[in-house]
Design a protein around this ligand. Sequence first.
Ligand code: ADP
Length: 529
Amino acid sequence: MIGGGWRGVLLAAAFILAYVALDRVSFIHSLSVVNITPWNPPPGLGLAVLLLAGPRFFPLFFLAGVAADLVVRSLPAPLWTPLAADGLVALIYALGAHLLLRRCGFDPAFGRMRDVLWLLAVAVVGAAVAGLAYVGLYVAGGVVPPGLFAAAFARYWIGDVIGIAVLTPAILLFRLRRPVPVSARVAVEALAQGLLLAAALWLVFGLGGSANFQFFYLLFPPLIWAATRFGLRGAVAGNMAAQLGLILVFRAEDGAIVTTFQFLMLALATVTLVLGAAITERRRIQTALHARLEDLAQMSRLSTAGEMAATLAHELNQPLLAAIVFTRGAQRLLAAEPPDLSKARGALDRAVAESQRAGDIVRRLREFMGSGRAARETVDLAALLSDVIALAAPEGARRGVRFVTQVDKGPMPVHVDKVQMSQVVLNLVRNGMDAMTGGGDITLSAERVGREGRVEVSDTGPGLADEVAGHLFEPFNTTKAAGMGLGLTICRSFVEAHGGRLWLERSGPSGAAFRFTVPLFEQERGGEG
Ligand code: ADP
C-alpha cells in the first residue's frame, strides 16, 4: 500500500494527517490531560495500515502519535513520557499486526469469521498491553496521579478496543476498491436503516436522557437489520454510523458515566460485527455449495449422456443411412441420359431432411451436456418437453416405454437455464423408465396454473419404495445398484433456483408422479411472473 517515491511520501503524510484529525475529533471526555478517551479510533487506523502495508511501518505509527500529541495536546512534561508511550504503543500494535498476519492466518481482505475473531482478540489483548504501558509511563512521569491508574487503564483499554473494532474493519473492507454498484433497492433499504438508527439515537439520548442509557438496546435493531441483510459490509458501515452518532451526541453529555457508556458501545460494535461475519460466511458457504452442486450436476449429465450414447449412436445411423441412399439415388438420376432433374431434386431434398434429423439428434445431446456455464433464455415449456422426449425416445423404444404428452394450448414461455431444466425433466423421465422394468407409459403434461407453468411426469411403474419415499430429496438416497441418489436433489435445487417447487405428487401400485412448477415469463409484464 505504501510504495516508494512520492506516492509513498504522500500516503505517509495522508496517514499522519488522518491520524491527527481522528485524534482531534475523538479527544473528548479525556481522563487527565493525556490521550485517554472513551473512544479512540487512531489505533484502529494505525493497525489497519500496519496490516495492509506491513508491521515494519510502525515508525510511521509512532510519528503520527507524536504529531497528534503536539497538535491536539500541548506535550505534557517531561518529554520522554509521551515519546516512550507513543513508541511503545506503536511497537505493541506492530507486534499484534505481525502475529495476526504471520501466526493467525489473518487475511486483510477481511471476509471470514476467523478474521473478525482474531482481530477482536488482538484488539482486546493488544489494547490491554498498550494501556498498561501507556498509563504506567504517564504515572511514572508524574502526569497521571497513581490513584487514577485503574480508572485510566480501563478507559484507555475499552477506548482502544472500540476504536479498533469499528475503524479497522471499515478500512480493510472499504479501502481503495472499485465501488460495488449499489442497486436502488439496496440504497433505499440502507437509507431506511440509517433513519431507524437516527431515531434510535434520538430515543436513547433525547427521550431516555443519558441518565443510565436505559434505552440503549434500541440501537441494536437497526444494526442487526444491516448485518443480517448486508453481511459484514452492512455490519461495518452500520457500526461506523452508530459510533459516529454516539460520539457526536456524547460530546455534549457530562462525562460521569463514561465507562458504562463504553461497555455498551463495545457490546453493540462486537455483536454487530460477529453477526455480520456469520451472515457473510453463511452466504459464502451457500455459494460454494451451489457451485459444488453444479459440478455434480455436470458430472451426472455427462454420465447420463454416456449411458444414452450407445442408443443415440444407433438412432443416428438411420437418418445417415437414409441420407446416403437418397444421395446415391440423386447421383443415378443425374447420370441418366437425359438426367431427371426434378426427381433428383426431390431425392436431394429428402437427403437434406434426413441429415437435418441426424444433426438435431447431435444438437440435442450437445445442448443437454451443456458447457457448464449457466445462461438463461426464454423457451417454450412444450418445446422443452418435446426436446427431452426426443432425447429419451430411443432408449424408451428399447425398453418398451411409450411416451404420451398432454400440453395446454397456447404459448407457455419460461425464462430458464435450458440445460438445467432439460436435466430436471430427463432425470424424472429416466427415473420413471428405471422403475418400469417391463415397459409401460410415461406421461408428460404441462399446464398453466395462474402465473406458473406446471409440469407432471408420471409413470405406470410400481411406485416408490418405502425406505426412499421419506428421504426422497436427500442426497445419496437410492435403491439402484449403480445409482448415486443425487438426481432428485439436483432437480429440486435447479427448480428452486428458478423460483419453482418440485414434489412427489403421488405414488402407488399404479405408478408414481412428480410435479414441478416454474414461473411463466410474461413479456408484457416485463419480468418473471
Ligand atoms: P438415483 O436415480 O441415482 O437413484 P434419484 O435421486 O433420482 O437418484 O432417485 C432416488 C430414488 O428414488 C431412486 O433410487 C428410486 O428408488 C426412487 N425413485 C425416483 N423416481 C422414482 C419413480 N418414478 N418410481 C419409483 N421410484 C422412484
